[in-house]
Design a protein around this ligand. Structure first.
Ligand code: PLP
Length: 477
């Protein structure tokens, strides 16, 4: 970045004088959960080591940390944001060893296989797609609305009688219009019921947005009471990730949530050895007594759970801090005349504030120019450790940047593409141009990370950098 080439004694232009030196920005690292690690996490890890019992089901002095984490997560997900957790919860939770594992187990438990379409969005993470492909189904992509998440109206157009599951993915802490998505699915399911077809199920991939809340009616078949709820409670099931970039972390880890007892039983079995444990009566065998299918061995360790339990108690505080900083930065972005990413709910936004995305008014430029300028801005912001992304380059979060998807790479023996039940895959393509609204947003959007420990001074410095970069690249363009 040109930080001013003025010779000694020469005055720099005003907008360059306002810029802090990159080293002075001193931004905390971006990992929200990990940077809050402290004595309590240390004590939790030691507790497991001292017990010599790192396995969830037994050991010399098993502390059943995973079981306790599952019970606490169930209460958390039922709680109102910022309020104490209720004593009871209708949610049933299975902790697993990663978000990717959670997706694969959940789709398996939902009965996804050859001949099925699973609908998701083009802005996601590669695991959302790989879980579909590994379950031998065909991914179908829908376009995005201003939230950059799944557009409910585009979803309506893409659903067919082959659709088995819909996976909305609230990206980077920003909620989708999940209330509207659920309403669209209920409408489709009403029609299906009349034709004796199985209902479409909804699996929320909330890996990036744990703790966010949204407004609407829950349920894919029957509408529940309209209200504001934590995301992860709208669909038939939801997954979360505890990988290091996430709002809380155990290094790795995942969670599957559902209110459906039958589905929960399948998840429990498939994440383990393929057998289901009776939830009330003690099982004779540690892995359960009743075979359900082929297990995936996705169990969470006691160490992961002990740390995750501590982190879960910190989550609302972490989110409150990211949200407050995000709101102030977003206000500064607006003052520059830029449009920030649309919120699903402008009145009662439940986004976590993890990331601040703004759109550049460059619709008249050629794609090549948009790409060149987007990269220049991201490169400049990067010098200030703002962890920026030019969204078009956001690696394998973007459908057309996933070579295995664009090229329809097969798994062993050609599945899912070569499977005779999946011949309809020829109707679907995944190269750039498939989702025009999303494509355009990606070409005209840049985002910066919003750490959860920003001081006001740091926020001011970030705002100054945004202002200077805006002056150089947007105002003068
Ligand atoms: C949207 C989304 N889904 C799934 C995953 C997979 O989670 P994990 O990294 O825990 O396997 C991620 C992780 O980044 C993600 O962002």
């Amino acid at each position: 970045m040109a930080k001013g080439n003025a010779k000694p004694g020469e005055q720099k232009p005003a907008r360059e004088r306002a810029l802090p030196a990159a080293k002075d920005l001193c931004l905390p690292r971006e990992f929200p959960g990990a940077i809050h690690y402290g004595k309590e996490e240390e004590e939790a890890a030691l507790r497991v080591i001292r017990s010599q019992s790192p396995f969830r089901y037994y050991g010399p002095r098993c502390g059943f940390e995973v079981k306790q984490f599952e019970a606490e997560f169930a209460r958390f997900i039922a709680s109102d944001p910022g309020k104490p957790w209720p004593e009871d919860s209708e949610h049933l939770v299975t902790a697993v060893n990663s978000g990717t594992g959670a997706l694969e187990v959940a789709l398996d438990a939902l009965g996804v296989g050859c001949g099925d379409e699973v609908i998701t969005q083009g802005f996601m993470w590669v695991s959302t797609i790989s879980a579909i492909v590994r379950n031998r189904a065909v991914p179908v992509l829908v376009d995005s609305d201003g939230t950059m998440n799944m557009d409910p109206e585009s979803l309506k157009d893409k659903m067919s009688d082959r659709t088995k599951v819909v996976i909305p993915v609230p990206m980077l802490g920003g909620c989708a219009r999940i209330g509207r998505i659920m309403a669209v699915i209920r409408e489709v399911n009403e029609d299906r019921a009349e034709r004796d077809l199985q209902p479409v199920r909804v699996l929320e991939d909330n890996a990036q947005s744990l703790g966010a809340h949204a407004t609407g009616c829950r349920g894919s078949v029957t509408a529940g009471k309209e209200g504001t709820y934590r995301i992860g409670t709208f669909g038939d099931a939801a997954i979360f990730s505890l990988q290091i970039n996430k709002n809380i972390t155990a290094g790795e880890g995942g969670v599957i949530v559902t209110r459906d007892r039958e589905l929960h039983k399948r998840v429990e079995a498939l994440h383990n050895a393929g057998f289901s444990k009776d939830l009330v009566a003690p099982a004779k065998n540690w892995y359960g007594d009743e075979p359900v299918g082929w297990g995936q061995g996705r169990r969470m360790t006691e160490m992961q759970a002990a740390i995750a339990r501590v982190q879960l108690r910190k989550l609302d505080t972490i989110i409150a801090r990211m949200r407050a900083s995000h709101d102030r930065l977003e206000a500064r972005v607006r003052q520059l005349g830029l449009t920030p990413r649309m919120r699903a709910d402008a009145v009662n936004p439940g986004d976590t504030g993890y990331y601040c995305i703004f759109h550049l008014p460059w619709h008249d430029l050629s794609d090549d120019d948009k790409i060149r300028r987007g990269r220049e801005i991201a490169a400049e912001l990067g010098e200030y450790a703002l962890h920026p992304w030019f969204m078009h380059d956001f690696e394998i979060h973007v459908y057309y940047n996933v070579p295995q998807l664009v090229g329809k790479w097969p798994m062993n023996n050609g599945c899912p593409w070569a499977c005779c039940k999946n011949a309809f895959h020829a109707l679907h393509k995944y190269s750039r141009g498939t989702l025009p609204r999303l494509d355009e947003m990606l070409l005209t959007s840049v985002g910066v990370n919003v750490p959860s420990q920003l001081t006001e001074v740091q926020e001011e410095r970030i705002a100054a950098v945004l202002e200077a970069v805006h002056a150089r690249h947007v105002k003068l363009a």
